[in-house]
Design a protein around this ligand. Sequence first.
Ligand SMILES: Cc1cc2nc3c(=O)[nH]c(=O)nc-3n(C[C@H](O)[C@H](O)[C@H](O)COP(=O)(O)OP(=O)(O)OC[C@H]3O[C@@H](n4cnc5c(N)ncnc54)[C@H](O)[C@@H]3O)c2cc1C
Length: 406
Amino acid sequence: MSPNLSDEQKQMILTVRELVQSEFKPNAQKYMDGTFPWENIRKLAEIGVLGMSVPEEYGGLGLSVFDSALVLEEIAKGCYVTAMATLGEAGVQTRVIAHYAPAPIRERILPRVVAGECILAICMTEPHAGTDVASYRTNARVLGDRVVLNGVKTLISRAPEAGMFVVFTRIDGNPGREGIGCVLVEPGTPGFEVTGTYHTMGGENLHEVQFNDCELPIENLVIREDGFRKLLSAFNTQRCLNPSISLGLAEGAFEEARRYVHGRTVFGKAVGDFQGIRWKLADMYREIEAARSLLYRACASADPFPDPFLSAVAKITCNEMSIRVTSEAIQLHGGVGFTDEYAVSRFYRGARYGTLGGGTSETLRDLIGKRIMEATAFGDDILNYSAPGPRVSRPAETAGFAISAE
Ligand SMILES: Cc1cc2nc3c(=O)[nH]c(=O)nc-3n(C[C@H](O)[C@H](O)[C@H](O)COP(=O)(O)OP(=O)(O)OC[C@H]3O[C@@H](n4cnc5c(N)ncnc54)[C@H](O)[C@@H]3O)c2cc1C
């Protein structure tokens, strides 16, 4: 456990670790067929974890992004599917409701999230527009005290289980990124339907959902203006929580691998006694620790949302590290590592998600590169970067370098 954590953080980690290692990890295989891990979710609700992002006034723990990342890292060491299910409650959708929804909605929904009675789904991706959010076709028309929503969203996690959908949509057909806002949709709303199910290599199912003339009260229009900036701010949280799952998966796989090579004998000695294998372990270890340092630094920048640059650097590093480390863990097991009998294949399948969700590696590299060139134009340091305040003006010679809302 990192020595720089507080006593409270260490205690929280130990409580979650005990539950994950004794109950979640031994049963992880049974959720590989798309079954939702309700048992685990209820147990996490009992120890307060589902309310970790919910402010204390609504019965939650009001934990920081950093604390939430520590908890998800621990859950991912045992069960990727449960970590992903928990990400819904710890992540962007809870924070959107807590920060932007009117008080009556917060009072009605957030205590149910804490109790494990209301799973939250987030709807961003559309069949023709995932990364390219400016091309959303889903539209919410504001008609007096009502909003009418039409559109299709796809690759949606937890849709059949969700008690509330946080839907990012165009408002009144306004064009571009600036036209995006957010509405809340409850599953019983006429015109709402789950229309497709796709099983994933990680084990969980994803879904298509449709909104056909869904009439919503105006209170459900939680972000009407400045939606794209608010979306990205909240999304920087996801860019710290998604990689915390990648980190946990890598750590889980590393633990399996080092134990396996210690116990497995080939040519009269333990696999782990060969120098070629020790060098692999050394590389896995140093990659995990380097990625963890970047992630914890990004998490610590949250005020209330993490710094975009640090989050992007940490996310790519953890996601890509996790794919390499979990793959190497399979290699160290030999052929049995490829079977469902050993946890390493599950860790690897889960790790493959990281670079796809919460901002792909390609788009985040764009963001990082852009910030490096902005700093260069301003004559700023970029090495040893620490989160700056917003830029209000820039010198004439920087014309041509756009400052992204991210
Ligand atoms: C397990 C899982 C769970 C998910 N859960 C949800 C959910 O709950 N809700 C939800 O809304 N979505 C969810 N998604 C969808 C996910 O957010 C999208 O897959 C992601 O945003 C990428 O969008 P896309 O799939 O449309 O890819 P595209 O945007 O079509 O991108 C295709 C490829 O092009 C690359 N690319 C795009 N733009 C550029 C560029 N400018 N330069 C270089 N390369 C570029 C991308 O990085 C990618 O490699 C989930 C996905 C997975 C795998």
